[in-house]
Ligand binder design. Structure first.
Ligand code: CS2
Ligand code: MN
Length: 357
């Protein structure tokens, strides 16, 4: 069990507090100040690792090394950025990193219409209202999200990218789904062998939300596409991050079945566990982690992972903002700590009822 933590002064949560969450043994980190596409210098990576270790935790997971848009667009300039990505992977391997979570979403990371929607108990949550997001243009979505970010960086929503967003979206209108898959394969063929040699398993994060927005290509949205993705480059180092909040937004996705299949195939190095509550098929609030608080059957998901022999990393994904905490939206300490311990409780119960042989 790990938690996400932003080093180099980009988090409200001191790493020493994370160590006090029972059962949590490490953190997933990113160097959020390095521009997308540039190399993560070895000394920076080692410096963060040493700080994490000094706090009694492990740094075996990195989330995310974001991918330069030229790679996703398939431009001739992509090779320089791919080489930088390969160098970053080698540096991470030398620092003892074992799992690299990233996404291949065009133009933007996860999109929400509000980052602090109040629930009846006065907690606040990230929420998504399809009509609101579609009524905005992407720059307006970006401005709204950055405006609600409480001064913290929002990876994937760097303010300097806003001006280019409209042009990027325009570019993708003429990119077919097929071409986009080809650009992804080109990237995988170049980086997965480097990851293998570096002792790192790559774990792509699903698209969030997992449906079409602004005419952009979508890839990691359901089991069929996940199978297609895994077949693009057949290697244990080419794996998936099962994010139950992202895939669960589409209620047709059978999360326990997806988890079971991926864990049994040994292509699941990383799991993000969170719950969401739908208002309609395409409107939802992120909720507390417990099964009764949302629509995901967290027990069934944990049981499926356990039964299939899952032995990767798990983290509680976004949490609510509670108890007056002021933190990066989704990444306060308190609710994520509750989530981590709920998940650990489920795991212990499942493991004791059905011991693995
Ligand atoms: C997060 C993502 O929203 C989420 O589910 O886990 O922001 C995730 O960190 C990135 O998409 C991974 O590249
Ligand atoms: Mn996630």
């Amino acid at each position: 069990m790990i938690m996400r933590w932003f080093p180099q002064g980009d988090d409200s949560v001191p790493i020493e507090y994370i160590r006090q969450v029972p059962g949590v043994c490490g953190v997933a980190v990113m160097l959020s100040k390095i521009p997308v596409g540039e190399v993560w210098p070895l000394e920076d990576v080692l410096g963060v690792r040493d700080k994490v270790r000094a706090a009694g935790l492990e740094m075996e997971v990195v989330e995310s090394v974001n991918i330069h848009e030229d790679i996703k667009k398939g431009l001739s300039t992509r090779d320089r950025y791919i080489e930088n990505y390969q160098t970053t992977i080698r540096h991470l391997g030398r620092a003892g990193v074992k799992c690299l979570c990233y996404n291949f979403m065009p133009v933007m990371d996860w999109a929400r219409s509000a980052l602090a929607r109040k629930l009846p108990d006065d907690s606040t949550v990230l929420s998504y209202r399809d009509a609101e997001v579609r009524a905005w243009n992407p720059a307006e979505v970006a401005r709204s999200m950055i405006g609600e970010s409480r001064g913290f960086s929002l990876p994937g929503w760097e303010p300097e990218r806003i001006p280019a967003m409209a042009a990027d979206i325009e570019f993708y209108q003429s990119v077919t789904q097929d071409e986009y898959w080809k650009n992804m394969k080109y990237f995988l063929d170049a980086v997965v062998p480097v990851a293998e040699k570096s002792g790192i398993r790559m774990a792509i994060h699903p698209d969030d939300p997992p449906w079409e927005l602004f005419g952009l290509p979508k890839v990691i949205t359901n089991l069929e596409n996940i199978r297609k993705f895994l077949a693009l480059h057949d290697s244990k180092a080419n794996g998936i991050t099962l994010c139950t909040g992202s895939l669960g937004a589409e209620q047709k996705n059978d999360l326990p079945a997806i988890g079971r299949e991926l864990a049994a195939a040994d292509r699941l190095p990383f799991v993000h566990l969170r719950n969401i509550k739908h208002l309609t098929a395409r409107d939802f609030d992120e909720s507390a982690h417990l099964t009764p608080c949302g629509d995901n059957d967290m027990f069934a998901i944990v049981k499926a992972l356990y039964d299939a022999g899952f032995d990767g990393y798990i983290r509680p994904d976004h949490g609510r903002m509670i108890w007056g905490e002021n933190a990066r939206p989704g990444y306060g300490l308190y609710d994520r700590a509750l989530g981590a311990n709920y998940i650990l409780g489920l795991w212990e119960a499942v493991a004791r009822i059905t011991p693995r042989s």
